[in-house]
Design a protein around this ligand. Structure first.
Ligand code: FES
Length: 553
């Protein structure tokens, strides 16, 4: 049997050993399995602020289990901090950059195993995508939610901040109240504090089997988090011993369970994009309509903001966490049992060991859910032949027919809303905000909050080839494909055209005669490329359809 050549035993790699000695490593340590610890720490956001500390505890766990940790970190972009600047176009792009960074480091250093510490929205799918590409034994550590803020006797989150902008616009709140709320909404480190995109994807990591159930639930600043991080280091070494690679953990059944978790927990529409991307990277079959089919059957069983109720992620942790959700879903036969998780447990083990706090009111049963309908639906029709995503948020089925109010950017639409030019019944169409056209699929954060704040959340439909923040709610339909930049029908809509959204039928149609549409199509010209240089230009040239996860290969 030939021994695998490593830095420790390959005579020709003496120069590499000299660099390891330079970092204080001993010969004995060089002979250990090397566990890469990818942290998505940046000092530019609260979401990932704890990652360096967590990485140190993961490293201790790796060392204690006989491994040699090597830490590195990536970039990350917070959607809240980059709003109202060109920065919002960078958010989805950052998913690709983070995935590529982790992949490159993995390929460069040939780590035997990996731990990825993730938090803010894009960092979770990005890490999973990279781990799927590298396919070495890997564990995800979700760094955890922020505590909710307290303001005027109630729990508040970043969602309240966005909606407060609309309330200020209609005079229900003044600037000093808005500024005071800003001081209280986000009390410390951690991800946005309810079932918005980051926590949705944190739960997805659990149900995909890549993150140990129970760890991600622990809030970012809870004292228990560091001990859990130490355990994750040990789990990584154990996963290495069992050869628990993503290709053996992240199976079709696990992917199905993750889709169910998004629906059952009232998760973010961004999960559609990310699940499609993860499936592509893992080589698993998944079409966008399949996500809609699964979600249609699953009620919302957690009472979490923004779709299930008013509870926060802290409440879910106290109630029993995602393990309790898994128990409920398994009991109802909604999950596929034939999965083995990265820590070696089976889903039934997790469900059996789940703790339920007596009297908790956050996790319901499938038989008596918070909302009978699921989180989202997939629509197709003449306005979106390749599909789009409706954020149902547990609402009953609805039909909305109204005149289109067309805007070629989120910013133009923002002005119209704040100036009171949008009225009940309208169908707002915001286009050229797709993956390539924006570029980067902005999240429409500046318009969904004010719409709700102005009381138009349930009387105005918003249709876009961009996407939505996890905090968004209302009659919102995003990810319209083909996108306007590629000449999809959304590019042909004109003010006053009738648009019909029918959630029960799963359709979204533009009621314009085909002959008229053909004329408009013949006259349509693709706009100039939105950017010519740098990372965004590369993204425009390589990004695919949102219905394929907007990946760049
Ligand atoms: Fe980072 Fe919400 S903006 S988790």
């Amino acid at each position: 049997m030939t021994t695998r050549k490593t830095i420790a035993n390959d005579p020709d790699r003496a120069p590499a050993r000299s660099h390891l000695y330079a970092m204080g490593m001993s010969e004995e340590e060089m002979r250990r399995p090397v566990v890469g610890i990818a942290s998505t720490w940046t000092g530019t956001m609260p979401c990932n602020l704890t990652h360096r500390e967590l990485a140190a505890h993961v490293a201790e766990g790796v060392r204690a289990a006989g491994g040699m940790p090597m830490e590195f970190n990536t970039i990350a972009v917070s959607d809240n901090l980059t709003m109202h600047t060109p920065g919002m176009r960078t958010s989805l792009v950052s998913r690709e950059v983070i995935a590529d960074s982790i992949e490159l480091m993995g390929r460069a250093h040939g780590f035997d195993a990996l731990v990825a510490i993730v938090g803010c929205d894009k960092t979770v799918p990005a890490a999973i995508m990279a781990l799927a590409r590298l396919d070495v034994p890997s564990v995800i550590l979700y760094s955890g939610s922020m505590m909710p803020g307290r303001w005027r006797g109630r729990d508040v989150t970043i969602q309240d901040m966005w909606e407060a902008l609309g309330e200020r616009a209609v005079g229900r709140m003044d600037q000093s109240e808005l500024d005071d709320l800003a001081k209280h909404a986000c009390p410390g480190a951690g991800t946005c504090a309810a079932q918005y995109t980051a926590n949705t994807m944190g739960s997805v990591a659990d149900f995909l089997g890549l993150a140990p159930f129970g760890v991600g639930d622990i809030p970012a600043v809870a004292p228990e988090k560091n001990a859990a991080a130490f355990q994750v280091g040990e789990i990584a070494m154990d996963a290495l011993a069992r050869d628990a690679r993503p290709s053996r953990v992240l199976t079709e059944d696990a992917l199905h369970n993750a889709i169910v978790s998004v629906a059952a927990m009232g998760g973010s529409t961004n999960a559609v994009l990310h699940l499609l991307a993860i499936a592509r990277e893992a080589g698993l079959p998944l079409e966008i309509d399949r996500i809609g089919e699964v979600c249609r059957e699953i009620p919302i069983i957690t009472g979490l903001k923004p779709s299930g109720g008013d509870h926060t992620a802290l409440d879910l942790w106290r109630a029993g966490g995602t393990s309790l959700v898994a128990r409920r879903l398994l009991a109802a036969g909604l999950l596929r049992e034939n999965v083995t998780l990265v820590d070696g447990r089976r889903l039934v083990d997790v469900a059996g060991a789940a703790h339920e706090t007596p009297g908790q009111e956050v996790v319901a049963s499938v038989e008596r859910p918070f909302k009978r309908r699921g989180a989202l639906a997939i629509l197709r029709g003449t306005l979106a032949p390749d599909g789009c995503v409706l954020k149902l948020g547990g609402k009953s089925d609805f039909r909305h027919e109204g005149p289109a109010r067309v805007f070629d950017s989120e910013d133009a639409c923002y002005d119209a809303i704040q100036e009171g030019r949008i009225v009940a019944g309208d169908v707002i169409v915001v286009r050229y905000e797709g993956p390539a056209g924006g570029p980067g699929m902005r999240e429409m954060l500046s318009i969904t909050g004010p719409l709700v704040g102005r009381g138009l959340g349930s009387s105005v439909a918003l249709v876009t080839d961009g996407r939505f923040s996890g905090v968004s709610h209302g009659l919102v339909i995003g990810h319209v494909t083909p996108e306007a930049y590629h000449g999809g029908p959304i590019a042909l809509v004109r003010d006053g055209d009738t648009v019909v959204v029918d959630s029960a039928a799963g359709t979204i149609d533009l009621l314009v005669p085909e002959a008229e549409l053909a004329e408009r199509r013949a006259a349509w010209r693709r706009p100039e490329r939105p950017v010519e240089r740098g990372v965004l230009a590369k993204y425009v040239m390589t990004v695919g359809s949102a219905s394929d996860g907007a990946i760049t290969v």
